[in-house]
Write a protein that binds this ligand. Structure first.
Ligand SMILES: C[S@@+](CC[C@H](N)C(=O)[O-])C[C@H]1O[C@@H](n2cnc3c(N)ncnc32)[C@H](O)[C@@H]1O
Length: 515
């Protein structure tokens, strides 16, 4: 059957087919555990999104003869959208890959019948046979790096490097590999659109993708959905649609950045030059903010006065962090513990006072197990601690972080610092998501805080005049929320976060007057 006839035939019952597809999608989704869906990145595109994204892709395509690829087809939201939106264009080829048999079966029964090729295969292992495609639109699996095995990352990394000469960070999600591995499928001039998490625009592990977009293809547009209105309630990510054309372009040119509203009717829009993007680390500043002024480089930033580090990742707070009562109940020796602050949610005060022993004067002080002795020595010196460790062997010891340590229970050696910042939260009218804490105690902190260690100059001044502690704290607290949010990021549902390198970039000129 010719695909043109197919389209005419389909136009009569496309609405019915779409409602069958959505039904089947929901049935499968509802039977799966959320954890399984995260491992495979199984969060389908709402059809209205697929429609507007596809309509835009078609409007950019300069030919009427479409050859289409969906590398992570699911049940086929984008195929459904393509058929409904392609109007007078002709679909001469349509290929979909899907690794999951259940989604594949639906896609196959709905779309293969009409001569499209649906394949129940792992896309990352495929090569284009024959003609490349001129249109690719996808919502690839996001799958966070924790869920990708080391062997799989090594395989994918090698493939990407061999194909496009780019090294992807081990912290990148599966979607980055999908995008770069699809390069070989694109015909010259092909239009490619990807619905992906917007995090790549700001984080270090997004560098590979940025390099690809700036130096291997022509970046056309990035639309960022407003994170306050998450597109995927169950996936908790803020999403962007990235558009590019498969053509190299050495010259400087303008890229369209849009934000909010819908893809078709965004709330904000700005054109940003490729040369600006090459030197701007944080792409999510566009379109809302202007190109960073070069003077900005000279304004004092927090990183000039502090070494900023994420707090300790214990590997399992429930196992390694105990109250005094819990330590005593188990007969554990207090010398194996150091004080640690509770999470910002549980910390009622912003100034943590200390007793003579350096323990925080708060309702419930917490303590972190810190021991670097090998197990046989622990068994000899402290049988109670040894027995406690045995209770974590089948659970805690097998967790991601603990598994990678020389001794699974050995924590990073960190000292306390007087200045901390809670690194994520939602803003409410009464409270900022980022709180600066003044810590007079010896307590360290978990990774729900950023720890600001004064650099030697400031450290010396504080040692000479401890009254400066409060002055520095006042200055930190007076930094406007907006300045912090400008450097941080916002996730689906309005969750705000700031990473150490981002906090280091927050302007804070008042510190110059102090030092
Ligand atoms: C985010 S969902 C999107 C599905 C569909 N594109 C849509 O927009 O509704 C990603 C899909 O990729 C599939 N997937 C995951 N890993 C894959 C792989 N290596 N090869 C092909 N498909 C894969 C998942 O099973 C899931 O159906």
């Amino acid at each position: 059957m010719g695909t043109q006839n197919l389209r005419l035939e389909l136009s009569r019952d496309l609405i019915d087919v779409e409602s069958i597809r959505m039904n089947e999608q929901q049935k499968i989704d509802s039977k799966k555990e959320i954890e399984e869906r995260r491992r495979r990145g199984q969060f389908a595109t709402p059809i209205d999104l697929a429609d507007e994204i596809t309509a835009y892709g078609l409007s950019v395509l300069s030919t009427d003869d479409i050859s289409f690829l969906e590398p992570a087809v699911g049940t086929g939201a984008f195929i459904s959208a393509l058929l409904r939106n392609c109007k007078d264009k002709y679909i001469s080829k349509c290929i979909g890959y899907e690794i999951d048999k259940q989604y594949f079966d639906v896609a196959s029964s709905l779309w293969s019948y009409h001569g499209f090729e649906m394949k129940n295969l792992d896309f990352t292992m495929q090569n284009p046979s024959g003609k490349q495609v001129n249109l690719l639109i996808s919502n690839p699996p996001y799958v966070r790096h924790h869920y990708i095995t080391v062997e799989e990352k090594t395989r994918l990394n090698k493939l990407v490097y061999n194909e496009v000469g780019i090294n992807i960070s081990g912290l990148a999600g599966l979607y980055s590999y999908f995008m770069l591995l699809s390069h070989k499928w694109l015909a010259p001039g092909a239009v490619s659109g990807w619905l992906i998490p917007s995090e790549f625009m700001d984080v270090n592990y997004g560098e590979a993708l940025k390099e690809y977009l700036l130096n291997h293809v022509r970046l056309l547009r990035i639309h960022r959905y407003d994170p306050q209105n998450s597109q995927f309630n169950d996936a908790l990510v803020s999403s962007a649609v990235v558009w590019f054309i498969n053509e190299k372009c050495e010259d400087d040119y303008e890229v369209e950045f849009t934000f909010g509203g819908t893809h078709t009717l965004p709330q904000k829009r700005k054109l940003v030059r490729k040369s600006v993007l090459s030197s701007e680390r944080k792409w999510t500043r566009f379109p809302e903010q202007d190109v960073r002024s070069t003077d900005m480089q000279r304004i004092t930033q927090l990183g000039d006065y502090f070494d900023i580090k994420r707090g300790l990742a214990t590997g399992d707070n429930n196992f390694f962090i105990l109250t005094k009562e819990q330590i005593e109940e188990r007969g554990l020796d207090m010398s194996f513990f150091i004080p640690i602050l509770p999470s910002p949610r549980k910390l009622k005060t912003d100034e943590v006072l200390s007793d003579k022993m350096g323990i925080p004067q708060i309702d419930t002080p917490y303590f972190l197990l810190r021991c670097s002795l090998p197990e046989d020595e622990i068994k000899e010196k402290s049988p109670a601690l040894w027995s406690y460790l045995q209770t974590g062997k089948d659970t805690t010891a097998k967790k991601y972080l603990c598994k990678s340590r020389r001794l699974w229970y050995m924590q990073e050696n960190r000292t306390a610092t007087p200045f901390l910042c809670s690194y994520m939260g939602r803003s409410s009218e009464s409270r900022s998501p980022f709180r600066f804490i003044l810590n007079h105690s010896d307590a360290v902190a978990t990774n729900s805080y950023l720890m600001l260690y004064p650099k030697p100059g400031l450290e010396r001044l504080i040692a000479e005049n401890t009254a400066l502690l409060n002055k520095v704290w006042d200055i930190l607290c007076s930094i406007g929320n907006k300045s912090i949010e400008n450097e941080g990021r916002v996730y689906g549902g309005g969750l705000k976060k700031i990473e150490p390198k981002e906090l280091a970039k927050v302007p804070c000129q008042e510190l110059d007057f102090l030092c």
